[in-house]
Design a protein around this ligand. Structure first.
Ligand SMILES: [Zn+2]
Length: 79
């Protein structure tokens, strides 16, 4: 898995369509890529904080913001 593929998966994770934690390729990439680890931790924390107490899907507005943050952090860290 490449960093770009991981980013794609994270975007789907934000949309609630995939759980990257269950993907072996994802975990394998994370184990060897520090910048991706940081981005994933960040996004997971944000989602957990938001979802605390509400099992519903994330609102579109929030998801869009999260996508932007994700891309921004990813670009910063992978320069
Ligand atoms: Zn990576």
């Amino acid at each position: 898995m490449k960093c770009e593929e991981l980013l794609q998966m994270l975007n789907e994770y934000v949309d609630g369509t995939v759980d990257p934690g269950v993907c072996e390729a994802f975990e394998k990439h994370l184990a060897g890529c520090n910048p991706c680890q940081v981005v994933v931790d960040n996004i997971r924390q944000t989602i957990t904080l938001y979802k605390d107490g509400q099992p519903c899907a994330l609102p579109v507005k929030f998801r869009r913001k999260l996508h932007d943050t994700l891309r921004e952090r990813f670009t910063q860290l992978h320069r």
